[in-house]
Design a protein around this ligand. Structure first.
Ligand code: RET
Length: 236
């Protein structure tokens, strides 16, 4: 635990994580903007939950910038706070896409549960060796593929809201998840924890880029479609 809390500011990876922190700040600004728009039906939009995505990740990145939450395991530097960030924020990304088209609660919970399983077993794969590592990697990948099945097959089937605008927003969010997230296991396999094709610094850069790309444009896409959540003042 001493190692976990000892700051090691100054390395090149601190610069990378500093950039990641700033990237997440952009997302915080976007969501703040959404929340400030008085014309929006905040309850229908559930925008406040979106704040968790860049805010929690920003804190995690600030921690990594200061070297807090980085553990040394089997000679690898493992960012423990990163997995905590993923555990908290990826269910929001997956759950919010379901909210947009009002997917059955049980189906959303299924996707969120698979997502959490993927992250937790991914952490086990990252911090262990040998059979356990590859067993955990396999379970994590299977959970990931099942989660994609829920997003691509079950979500559309179990969506109650069917307006074309909501469908469009859902497809943009869902496809972002489906495309971008595929790169995470690939980066993991290429990193020093996997086959060592990419250095620790290279991995830090790739994952930071991916995290910002998976989170900030997501908030922006919701912002772009905010018209869906306008109060229907003329409806009466
Ligand atoms: C790991 C390694 C084990 C196998 C798999 C993985 C997948 C991770 C994913 C992470 C997504 C993170 C996001 C973060 C921020 O927005 C854990 C790398 C399948 C898909 C989207």
């Amino acid at each position: 635990i001493g190692d976990l809390l000892s700051p090691s500011l100054g390395g090149v990876d601190s610069v990378v994580y500093g950039v990641g922190t700033l990237g997440m700040l952009v997302g915080v600004v976007v969501v703040t903007w959404l929340l400030r728009d008085g014309d929006l039906d905040a309850e229908a939009g559930k925008f406040r939950y979106l704040m968790i995505i860049p805010a929690f990740a920003g804190l995690s990145y600030a921690g990594m910038t200061l070297g807090i939450g980085v553990i040394s395991i089997n000679g690898y530097e493992v960012e423990g706070v990163r997995y905590l960030d993923w555990l908290v924020t990826t269910p929001v990304l997956v759950g919010y896409a379901g909210h947009v088209v009002d997917v059955d609660r049980s189906v959303v919970l299924g996707a969120v549960g698979l997502d959490a399983t993927m992250i937790l077993t991914g952490f086990v794969a990252t911090t262990t060796a040998g059979t356990l590592r590859w067993g955990a990697f396999t379970v994590s990948t299977l959970a990931f593929l099942l989660m994609l099945y829920v997003l691509f097959v079950q979500y559309p089937r179990r969506a109650r809201a069917t307006s074309p605008e909501r469908k469009r927003l859902f497809l943009r969010l869902r496809n972002q998840v489906g495309v971008l997230w595929l790169l995470y296991p690939v980066i993991w396999l290429a990193s020093p924890v996997g086959f060592g094709l990419v250095s620790t610094l290279g991995t830090a850069m790739l994952v930071t880029f991916m995290d910002v790309a998976a989170k900030v444009p997501y908030t922006w896409v919701v912002h772009e479609h905010r018209g869906i959540f306008r109060h229907e003042r003329d409806a009466v």
